[in-house]
Design a protein around this ligand. Sequence first.
Ligand SMILES: Nc1nc2c(c(=O)[nH]1)N[C@H]1C(S)=C(S)[C@@H](COP(=O)(O)O)O[C@H]1N2
Ligand SMILES: [Mo]
Length: 334
Amino acid sequence: MPMIPRRHGWKISEAEATPESVYLNRRQVMTQAVAAGISGLLALQPWNNTAWATKNPLITGKQAHPPAADKYPASKNTKFTLDRPLTDERVAAMFNNFYEFSTYSKTNIWKLVETWPTNPWTVEIAGLVPKPKIYDIDVLIRKMSLEERLYRHRCVETWAMAVPWTGFRMKDLINLIQPLSSARFVKFTTFMDPDHAPSQKPILGLFSSERWPYVEGLTMAEATNELTLMATGIYGHPILKQHGAPLRLVAPWKYGYKNAKSIVKIEFVNEQPRTYWNQAVPSEYDFLANVNPKIPHKRWSQETEWIIPDRSVRRPTMLYNGYGEWVAQLYKNA
Ligand SMILES: Nc1nc2c(c(=O)[nH]1)N[C@H]1C(S)=C(S)[C@@H](COP(=O)(O)O)O[C@H]1N2
Ligand SMILES: [Mo]
């Protein structure tokens, strides 16, 4: 058996990595695809093996002018501990869901965001608030206090990771804004930039991209929960574009799709917002989206998960992604 870089393959430089492994993986993938015919197309998904994790020697996706850059690294909040190793920074940066850039490839997002400018960037505070306002992202971040937290992440597709986010508590932002008591939900609207985000571009001027922008939402009780973080950084530096620069929601007890990337508007509303995935396929993606091993997705079980980049090991999924201590009381009457 030639040495096949697996779990730690990305630590091996391109030159050191045995070419056999790459060749073997490609050949396997091709054989599978041919054998299985059209259904074999699935096997071509680059993440069916871990070769993708060896492809980029650098961490790319940095913002050109990261806001409040002098605030990193922020102090660590040691309250949140992990039951698993931190995901390698390069692995997290090379395996993403960001449908504005690609609806099928996870391992190319870091390339596709390269020419996307995230400056200037503003965040609008709107809806049921005493003073609607548009903040420059740098001004907004400087009003808040940043801290680092280690959080688990669980995508509804069953892949998982654990990363150090830097950010501020949504609770603190809500304190600053003082929304009206009639506000029952927070609606997060994310960016529109069809010139740089290929999925947002209308095809031949037809099919206007009305499903964009990506929208997510939380109840006020969820938004003011201790866990709810507005991430501005990752791995001790400003957040990368592929992770949702310059501002991204992190609600770690929920499936990943709730964690809206690249937010431009935070709105306090009275009715449950129509969110991206819930609107697209309501029977598969509910608004609540709490991680729960006992509630299967319509097309797969949620009982186990795998940690990127290694698809070969599955471990049990935890209720609320292991964060019941903080959030279970929110749902006791549900
Ligand atoms: N704007 C936007 N936010 C998004 C998504 C997206 O496609 N667009 N994908 C979501 C999904 S499904 C997941 S799992 C996480 C992935 O975050 P990561 O790429 O930083 O790991 O982002 C979430 N936020
Ligand atoms: Mo996801």
